[in-house]
Write a protein that binds this ligand. Sequence first.
Ligand code: KG4
Ligand code: ZN
Length: 316
Amino acid sequence: MNILGIETSCDETAASVVRDDEILTNVVSSSVPLHRAYGGVIPEVASRCHIEYINRVTKKALSKSDKDIRDINLIAVTDAPGLPGSLVAGVAFAKALSYALKIPCVNVNHVHAHLYANFLDKKKREDKFPFIGVVVSGGHTNVYLCKNFKDPEIIGRTKDDAIGEAFDKVAKILGIGYPGGPHIERYASKFKGKPIKFPRAFLDKDSYDFSLSGVKTAVLYYVKSKKLDRREISRVAWSFQEAVFDVLIERVLKACTNFNIRKVFLGGGVVSNMRLRSKLIGACSQVNCEIYYPPPALCVDNAAMIAGLGGRLYNK
Ligand code: KG4
Ligand code: ZN
């Protein structure tokens, strides 16, 4: 089955052609440069860009895959969660195509698709249920108990900011660019010395939830009291990153122990962070836990993950 995936939930307009979990093309066009001046996504600007880009992005995905639109058997589109105007642009486009071509269209949950990105990799294709799923992106920080692809059970989530959102806000406080995650990682990687002790919000001992507001405020007050040079920015970036990742890893290991599961699948933009990956690999190896994450291009928003999950859901 040739599946056309369409993704427009936030600021990336994406289209992809996937055949039996093999990615033929994965085209992404981002409106990030237009949001940079504001330090965050402006929903109306994002929706307008989707309307402008979607045709071009879809045509490129088809032509690079050597497929004609008539070779497509199924359309998969992100219908939730996301910015309403952005979602409407993609869903309207997908439904119109499906109606005109007389082929089915399936709706896909964007956050579940971030986990599915792991299954697009041929080597890891076989199902590994049950597993603990962790999605860490700009819009979501969710921990799941996954027994199937259709209804992953949510067992933890952030009570305030998503982790990626906190990275973006801290980068804004430090004045180092948007989106903040890659900038924080780059500054943190240069740090050597004594870190700052930022708070770690472990919350209730049985909880898998997160709270990022404390550490974010601590960064704000710390920065107000200091003269920010490159070294100090690196110190804050490293200390903030460690504080956030320590909590994330504690949640992951606790979920594995409590549910007696030794497989963890990660997804979402923050998972491109190499420090997070190496910390998790170290922590998981100590408790004999297998850990999986997608390649960086499939961690961030893309339509291949939507097409892949759409195909699975349709076949079920
Ligand atoms: O999954 P994604 O592309 O979009 C959403 O669904 O939100 O994630 C984007 C988020 C942004 O907040 C960005 O700052 C963060 O992922 N991010 C990172 C890194 N690369 C992207 N955070 C930490 N380290 C990174 N290397
Ligand atoms: Zn996403």
